[in-house]
Design a binder for this molecule. Sequence first.
Ligand SMILES: Nc1ncnc2c1ncn2[C@@H]1O[C@H](COP(=O)(O)OP(=O)(O)OP(=O)(O)O)[C@@H](O)[C@H]1O
Length: 305
Amino acid sequence: MSSTDRSATGIDLAVRDLRIDRGGTTILDDVSFTVPAGSTLAVVGTNGSGKSTLLRGLVGVTPPASGEIDIGGRIRTAGPRAARRWARRRAHEMAFVSQEELPAAELSVAEAVSLGRTPHRKPWAGHDPGEHAAVAAALDAVGLTELGGMSCARLSGGQRHRVVIARALAQDTPVILLDEPTNHLDPVWRLRLLEALRASGRTVLFSLHELDMVMQYADNVAVLHEGTVHAFGPPGEVFTPELVREVFAVDSAVVRRPGAGSGSGPEPAAGSAANPEHLVLWHREDDDADSATDIDEGPEKGRTS
Ligand SMILES: Nc1ncnc2c1ncn2[C@@H]1O[C@H](COP(=O)(O)OP(=O)(O)OP(=O)(O)O)[C@@H](O)[C@H]1O
């Protein structure tokens, strides 16, 4: 997989005092963080904590109610009017893969991936000169080169998911956001995908439930809890046993991958870009089942704005 076959390079993304409402209810408030150019941010939290809401807010699918987003120095203010003004430029700045997106069954794999090139095409201008290389690199990155001519209708669930990720890669934007991108993927493709995203040089934001993969592949993690960013920073610093227990209601410990050397810091292991420190989770048997945080109610659940 040649994860570096791409032309876009990441840009800084900063979020200031963001508030995002859905259905008249404030889901997230006081959200501020910075994602340095070319780095990887994982967004984590229990079910209902607002991970999808945050990503949808950042791309403008659910325009934030207040606050601002700074994309490489260009400030986007809140509100639906600003979102509409920004919509066209957004396609050149951010690609987004939502949680359950599927490619159109009537398209071939290569055709579905080439839809990512739409923002680069001018009406009536015919061929997009960058299309072939971008689509080929994206197919290679998700291991679907051999299936380019196949109908999407004939793909497995995981292969379909890789097609929509390839479409986002072909869009060739400096920022890429993915909502639970490892869903439907087998173990090796989970690792390959996160490795490719991390090595891509783009600014990458993804939501994920697998805290160990966050530990390995994210430069920073934002922990959503009680309606805001409860903690932010490198996973090795953020994932203390206390925080993991408080937010996720499980116990945890950091262990070092066998054969990864004995250094204390999270340096790359030979042959892998990943952090050699792993986060092991377990559920304490004497836990009261009701204490698990099945649904994060948020700070002001029910507050209408
Ligand atoms: N259209 C909507 N209208 C009102 N509330 C919504 C809407 N969509 C989501 N919510 C609420 O927003 C909150 C956050 O949902 P969100 O989907 O962002 O959570 P999540 O962290 O992505 O969850 P999961 O891990 O289950 O995917 C939840 O309380 C949810 O019920």
